[in-house]
Design a protein around this ligand. Structure first.
Ligand SMILES: Nc1ncnc2c1ncn2[C@@H]1O[C@H](COP(=O)(O)OP(=O)(O)O)[C@@H](O)[C@H]1O
Ligand SMILES: [Mg+2]
Length: 278
């Protein structure tokens, strides 16, 4: 694939129809601060604990959230892959046996502003569909810019994260609309983070889904919720995933449930593989 990014009218052409290779899940929200990075990292830890091989791609090029959250200071990052100075295996960091991350690199302002052709080149070098993982989680950056649209286009499934607030609802709708117009027709899984009651999550999903159904003709699935929980901040200060240090906390239980649900949702793809989770 050596096409120029500008040639892609419909970004969904970038997605491989193949059932082999990893299931690519993009975690997006339309705005920052709703919990995408915590959700991506903690779901990844749960999937790794279940025996799946997982790669987390820090899509927040320029901010390097994922490694900050895990307390690691990687030697290389996506920029080295893009300019060809390091191969994939050197750039990827092994956190645990089954859990790898692809760091974004901190303060790389230029990475946040990659043009489409560079993004497509980075995608080619990532070669995600041919790497030996069961799941690739892309922690997308905030907003609905070109890099987010690309991350959505290459995903087998999009996880839309929102909070129980009206502003979050409109941001999530804007994201779904942009994704849809870029050729990404889902499936979309909605997760409501920072809820005090499970019913709040159902209500938020219903609001978003009704709007998407009426205005775009899109169905949005309900994937679950994560409780507002003080262990999230506490674990962040310790620079450890909360599911690891506080596995019995309400937020951790929600994440575990979500990870199992994502496995079940993608079991069709997994079953057809020769190297599924153990
Ligand atoms: N379930 C939760 N309970 C309490 N605080 C949370 C929860 N999820 C996220 N947070 C807090 O929200 C903030 C943003 O989370 P983050 O994952 O960085 O968001 P994003 O990646 O969407 O920008 C962080 O300060 C984090 O500690
Ligand atoms: Mg983030």
């Amino acid at each position: 694939m050596s096409r120029n990014g500008s040639q892609y009218q419909d970004l969904s052409q970038l997605r491989t129809p193949s059932n082999d290779g990893p299931t690519v899940l993009t975690v997006a929200s339309g705005k920052g601060g709703v919990g995408k990075t915590h959700l991506s990292v903690n779901v990844a830890v749960c999937l790794a604990d279940m025996g799946y091989r997982v790669l987390v791609v820090d899509g927040d090029l320029g901010l390097a959230n994922v490694n900050v959250l895990l307390g690691i200071n990687p030697g290389y990052h996506a920029g080295h892959l893009l300019d060809g100075t390091q191969p994939f295996d050197k750039v990827v960091d092994e956190i645990e046996e089954n859990l790898h991350i692809l760091p974004a690199g901190s303060a790389m302002v230029q990475m946040a502003e990659l043009d489409m052709a560079s993004q497509v080149r980075l995608l080619e070098r990532l070669d995600l569909y041919r790497r030996p993982y069961d799941f690739v989680l892309i922690d997308a950056s905030a907003g609905i810019g070109a890099n987010v649209r690309l991350a959505l286009a290459i995903a087998h499934q999009t996880i839309v994260v929102m909070n129980p607030e009206m502003t979050s609802l409109t941001d999530a709708y804007a994201l779904v609309k942009v994704a849809f117009r870029s050729g990404c027709k889902g499936p979309f899984q909605v997760v409501v983070n920072r809820v005090r009651l499970a019913e709040q999550a159902r209500e938020m999903h219903t609001c978003l889904s009704s709007a998407a159904g009426a205005l775009l003709g899109l169905e949005l699935e309900y994937a679950g919720y994560v409780y507002l929980d003080s262990v999230v901040e506490r674990a962040m200060r310790e620079q450890k995933p909360f599911v690891r240090v506080y596995p019995r906390a309400p937020a951790s239980r929600c994440i575990t449930t979500l990870a199992h649900r994502l496995v079940a949702l993608n079991s069709g793809r997994k079953e057809s593989r020769s190297t599924g989770g153990r």
